[in-house]
Design a protein around this ligand. Structure first.
Ligand code: GUN
Ligand code: ZN
Length: 435
C-alpha cells in the first residue's frame, strides 16, 4: 500500500522530439491529469476522474494547481565546484587554476567531500533536478561521497573520478596506474548499484598524458556499458593548447578518437568551436554534445549553435556545468540556451528547451527508457512546477493561451521557488512550499 499513490495535476510530457515535426504532435498535456505510482514507477497515466475511480483506495495527493512533469536532468556538472560557483573574472584556464583546482584539492578529506555532496544533492532536488551526471575530483573518497548521498535518497546519479596526471597542482594529480586502478575499483563498487551509474572521467585532453588517455580508453573498452564524460572544444585558448600538446593529432576530437575515448556513450561538454570534420565524426559515432550555456557565457567561451547542431542530426543535451555555470537551476540554463540561440538567429520554442532539459538529457545518458518523461513504465521521478511563483511571472502566465506559453515565463524568470514538490522514484522529497 505504501508503495502506491495517485498524484493529481496538470501533466506535461512528450510524444516525440519537438525539434522535428509539429509542437502539437510532440506535446502530451492534460490540464486535468493524474499519475498513478506503484513500486517507484509510473504505472498509469490519464484523466483525473478516470484514475480517481480506478484507484479508489490509494493515498491521493492533489497538485491540480501545479504542472507535473518529469524531473529535470543535468547532463554535465562538477559537484566539487559547488562552493566556488560564481567566482569572478577569469577565463577557463585561469579560472581552473585560480578557483577550481584549489577547491578540488580539499576533497581528499572525506568529511569535506560528504558535506559538499549532501548540500549539492539537496540543492539539485530543490531545483527539480532528479538526475545529474557529475565529475568528482581525483580523490576516490569524493566519488564515494556523492554516490552515498544519492543512494541515501534513492536518487539516480552518474558520477566518476576525475582523472588528471599533468598540468594541475601536485596535490591534484594521479598517475597512469592510479587513475586506471582507482577508476576501475570505483566502477566495480558503484556501477549499476541501485540507481547509480559510473562514468569514466578524464577531465580533458590537456590534463592527461597520452598514456593516461590510452589507459582510460582501454578501461572503457573493458566496461563498454559505462558512460564516459569529458570536455571538448570549450575555449579557443584551450583548443590551441591541445594542438600544442598533441601535435600529431588532426584536431581536438581526434585526440579522444585516437585513445578510444570517442563513442555513443561519450558525453562531451561544451563542443562550441568544432570543425566540420569533428562534427561529422561525432554524428557518425552518435557522441553526445552537452551544451552548457550559463557556463559558456560566464567564462566567456562562446555561442553553441543548438539549432544548427539539431538540424545536423547530432545528439544535444543541456547542462548547468556548475560551478563554471553560474546557476543550479535548469530554468536559468534553459533561459541562457534561449538567449544564446537568439544570438545565433533562432528562437528555441519552450517545448524545445524543456525537451533538452528532460528527454534529450535522458537520451544523452542512455536512460530514455528509464527517466526523463511522463510515460507508463518510466521511473517516477516527478516534479510539481508552480507557474505562478512570482508576481511578475504570474501576471504574464495567467493569460497565456497554451501550456508552453504558460511555462515560458517560468523558464525565463523562474528559479528554485517554482519547484513545489519532487518525487524521487515515487517517494516525496518534501513539500517545498513548506520550506
Ligand atoms: N575544462 C576542464 N575542466 C573544466 C571544468 O572544471 N569546468 C569547465 N567549464 N571546463 C573545464
Ligand atoms: Zn565541466
Amino acid at each position: 500500500m505504501g508503495r502506491k499513490k495517485l498524484i493529481l495535476g496538470q501533466t506535461l510530457g512528450f510524444n516525440q522530439d519537438p525539434f522535428f515535426g509539429s509542437i502539437q504532435a510532440a506535446t502530451a498535456y492534460n490540464s486535468s491529469g493524474a499519475i498513478y505510482i506503484k513500486d517507484g514507477l509510473i504505472s498509469d497515466l490519464g484523466n483525473r476522474t478516470e484514475l480517481l475511480s480506478k484507484y479508489r483506495d490509494v493515498p491521493t495527493f492533489d497538485y491540480s494547481n501545479y504542472l507535473l512533469t518529469a524531473g529535470m536532468i543535468d547532463s554535465h556538472a562538477h559537484y566539487p565546484q559547488t562552493r566556488i560557483i560564481a567566482s569572478w573574472g577569469a577565463r577557463l584556464i585561469e579560472w581552473l587554476n585560480t578557483y577550481t583546482f584549489p577547491e578540488e584539492e580539499k576533497f581528499g578529506d572525506i568529511d569535506y567531500a560528504r558535506q559538499t555532496a549532501e548540500f549539492y544533492i539537496d540543492t539539485l532536488l530543490k531545483n527539480g533536478i532528479t538526475t545529474a551526471s557529475t565529475f568528482c575530483t581525483i580523490h576516490p573518497v569524493s566519488v564515494d561521497a556523492i554516490f552515498e548521498s544519492a543512494l541515501s535518497r534513492g536518487m539516480r546519479i552518474v558520477a566518476g573520478k576525475t582523472c588528471m596526471d599533468r598540468n594541475a597542482p601536485p596535490g591534484l594529480l594521479d598517475t597512469v596506474n592510479s587513475g586506471y586502478d582507482d577508476s576501475k575499483r570505483l566502477l566495480e563498487r558503484w556501477h549499476n548499484k541501485d540507481r547509480l551509474s559510473y562514468a569514466i572521467s578524464p577531465r580533458f585532453a590537456p590534463t592527461s598524458s597520452a598514456e593516461q588517455l590510452e589507459a582510460l580508453g582501454s578501461l572503457w573498452q573493458e566496461y563498454p556499458d559505462c558512460l564516459m564524460q569529458t570536455h571538448l572544444s570549450e575555449q579557443v585558448e584551450e583548443i590551441a593548447w591541445v594542438g600544442s600538446l598533441f601535435p600529431s593529432r588532426k584536431d581536438y576530437l581526434d585526440v579522444y578518437q585516437h585513445f578510444n575515448l570517442l563513442g555513443k556513450r561519450g558525453l562531451y561538454g561544451h563542443c562550441i568551436h568544432l570543425s566540420a570534420r569533428e562534427l561529422d565524426r561525432l554524428k557518425e559515432v552518435e557522441g553526445k554534445l552537452i551544451h552548457c550555456p550559463t557556463s559558456n557565457l560566464f567564462i566567456g567561451s562562446g555561442l553553441f549553435r543548438t539549432w544548427d547542431r539539431k538540424a545536423d542530426g547530432l545528439n544535444v543535451g543541456l547542462a548547468t556545468d556548475t560551478g563554471g555555470g553560474s546557476s543550479f537551476s535548469m530554468f536559468r540554463v534553459m533561459a541562457s540556451a534561449y538567449e544564446v540561440s537568439q544570438l545565433c538567429g533562432h528562437a528555441l520554442h519552450p517545448s524545445q528547451l524543456f525537451w533538452l532539459a528532460t528527454v534529450a538529457n535522458a537520451q544523452a545518458l542512455h536512460m530514455e527508457d528509464t527517466i526523463g518523461n511522463l510515460q507508463i513504465g518510466l521511473e517516477a521521478d516527478i516534479i510539481a512546477i508552480d507557474l505562478y511563483s512570482t508576481e511578475v511571472i504570474s501576471q504574464r502566465s495567467k493569460d497565456a493561451e497554451n501550456i508552453w506559453d504558460k511555462l515560458f515565463p517560468t523558464i525565463m524568470m523562474g528559479n528554485q521557488s517554482a519547484i513545489r514538490n519532487v518525487w524521487v522514484a515515487g517517494n516525496e522529497f518534501g513539500d517545498l512550499s513548506r520550506n
